[in-house]
Ligand binder design. Structure first.
Ligand code: G3P
Ligand code: CA
Length: 252
């Protein structure tokens, strides 16, 4: 497994392909995840939502209109209906025929080849999404891994608390978008009782903040990196990894 083999004690920096290699391929499709693997990303990041009939599917928006040839809410489609949509054409005609993957398809194809950073989207729209995801990960025997090959992240701390009660051994990440009053130590202390990663918007990152977060034994993997200059700045700030649309930029 690349994740464990290629990482040495001195090189633990993680390159995470945001929605797959979404700079080159239509986000959150099998083509995007395959490209991430080709570009030797350590992880793929993917967004999970739920169909009308309770199936977990991999798509960023709660509505299909931006990334498919149809329109409507994911929650109003059955899985079978959703599978008919084209999820590649919008990006480029050469990706025509790409479908919205189920989470199960991504796990079956990519677990063991690179790490999975799974983001739970819109818990307000899918009241039982934590339970359904926990069941799916258990079914695949991914709930008691000794390494961090599967990480679950969300912007919603309470959702992560609920999820953790169901599957206490799955490593967790808290996404942080913007905070008017910054991130307090009280906050960090509370978060560190539950999660292993704080994944902030890259605009929030300063050397000082990274140091403070890491002093709570938390790792920092900011999103979303799309240019070389930001990579340099983040490396300088000593982050633990980056979430990027271009997983090859880091090596360059
Ligand atoms: O992994 C972080 C990032 O994916 C969060 O933002 O909107 O791309 O899901 P978004
Ligand atoms: Ca995401």
């Amino acid at each position: 497994l690349r994740l464990t083999k290629s990482k040495t004690a001195t090189s633990n920096f993680l390159v995470i392909a945001h929605r797959g290699a979404s700079g080159y391929t239509p986000e959150n499709t099998m083509a995007a995840f395959k490209k991430a693997l080709e570009l030797k990303a350590d992880y793929i990041e993917l967004d999970v939502q739920m169909t009308k009939d309770g199936k977990l599917v991999v798509i960023h928006d709660s509505n299909v209109s931006r990334t498919t040839n149809s329109e409507g809410e994911v929650k109003d489609f059955t899985y079978q209906e959703l599978k008919k949509l084209d999820a590649g054409q919008w990006f480029h005609m050469k990706f025509s025929g790409q479908r919205i993957p189920s989470l199960q398809e991504v796990i079956s194809e990519f677990h063991g080849k690179l790490g999975l950073l799974i983001e739970i989207k819109n818990p307000n729209l899918y009241p039982n999404i934590a339970e359904v995801l926990a069941d799916e990960l258990k079914k695949n025997n991914l709930h008691n891994l000794e390494n961090n090959e599967v990480i679950v992240q969300s912007f919603d701390f309470e959702l992560l608390q609920r999820f953790n009660k169901l599957v206490p051994n799955i490593p967790l990440g808290l996404l942080v978008k913007y905070r008017v009053h910054g991130i307090s130590n009280v906050q960090l202390k509370e978060w560190s009782t539950l999660v292993q990663y704080i994944n902030p918007n890259k605009a929030l990152v300063t050397k000082k903040l990274v140091k403070r977060i890491q002093s709570y034994k938390l790792k920092v993997m900011p999103y979303t990196v799309r240019d070389m200059k930001s990579i340099k700045g983040l490396l300088d700030a000593k982050v633990d990894g980056i979430v990027t649309d271009y997983p090859d930029y880091f090596k360059k």
